[in-house]
Design a protein around this ligand. Structure first.
Ligand SMILES: Nc1ncnc2c1ncn2[C@@H]1O[C@H](COP(=O)(O)OP(=O)(O)OP(=O)(O)O)[C@@H](O)[C@H]1O
Length: 263
């Protein structure tokens, strides 16, 4: 079934194009690995990037990459059928992440966070092998602002995510082109196009991250009073006023010689 190119599609495409321009996410000659989990966000990302690519003034390539974490029952065949039906170039990577987690997860550590780190490592390796210089992930506006609040409420730091980040290995650039797209629009888009959603089938699936759920709920409640709330929070990430913060690495409070390294 072809993608429905209605107003919702055009809106998501426009917001994605805006982010690509604002943060210089895509450049001439890029070969981009698009991480496809089988979830709504990454299917949306792939279809929108592909549509933008067809009309783009620059040339870039997309390769959909799925990492099979190795949990029994993971329906990667559904993902593959969708990628094939829509004519995407794709690669499916089988892994034994599940066995590694069972063997190495330390008591008290987060199952999902450990799994995500392993998957990210595999994505970098596969991107290298496929000659991709960038890795696109499906994080959207709500992921950014929930992370911003989580970090403030529970970690004590003012940080969220970057739409464009050079990976620690110094080789790959991670891009998040859906930064301006609200999750609710992605849910609608995914349902309207009947994307074949595949769950990771891990042992803790369904045990949602309680703190993130709490942030989601809080944002939804406050957004009822202030419909601009999400836009305001995402805007705040691009409008930092260091003089009105209290990080000594940003503002030289102490006399010279006693100052911490500036960032
Ligand atoms: N198994 C996987 N294979 C390839 N890429 C993945 C995989 N899991 C996650 N990703 C990438 O990392 C992004 C963030 O992953 P996360 O687990 O937070 O998923 P999510 O927010 O539920 O998104 P989605 O709806 O795409 O699953 C995804 O949007 C996708 O681009």
């Amino acid at each position: 079934m072809p993608i429905i190119e209605d107003q919702l599609f055009r809106r998501i495409k426009k917001q994605t194009g805006q982010a690509i321009g604002d943060f210089n996410l895509i450049e001439e000659g890029d070969r981009i690995a698009v991480g496809i989990s089988g979830g709504k966000d990454s299917y949306t990302l792939l279809h929108i990037l592909d549509s933008l690519r067809r009309r783009a003034p620059i040339r870039y390539e997309l390769v959909a990459v799925n990492v099979d974490p190795g949990f029994p029952g993971y329906r990667k065949d559904h993902i593959e059928a969708h990628l094939r039906e829509h004519g995407f170039t794709y690669h499916l990577e089988s892994t034994d992440c599940s066995a590694i987690i069972d063997a190495k997860l330390r008591p008290g550590s987060s199952y999902c966070a450990f799994c995500a780190r392993l998957r990210r490592g595999v994505l970098y390796t596969v991107a290298d092998r496929l000659g991709c210089n960038k890795l696109a992930l499906g994080h959207h506006l709500d992921d950014f602002i929930e992370t911003l609040l989580l970090n403030q409420f529970y970690i004590g730091t003012l940080a969220a995510m970057s739409p464009r980040l050079l990976a620690d290995n110094g080789r790959h650039t991670v891009i998040r082109p859906l930064v301006y797209v609200e999750e609710a629009r992605i849910v609608e888009f995914s349902e309207r196009n009947a994307f074949p959603i595949v769950c990771c089938s891990c042992p803790v699936v369904g045990a949602a991250d309680q703190k993130r759920q709490r942030m989601k709920q809080l944002i939804s409640e406050l957004a009822e009073e202030n419909p601009q709330l999400r836009r305001s929070l995402i805007g705040a990430l691009g409008n930092v006023q260091p003089r009105h913060l209290m990080d000594p690495r940003l503002t030289p409070f102490a006399p010279l010689g006693k100052r911490p390294d500036m960032v």
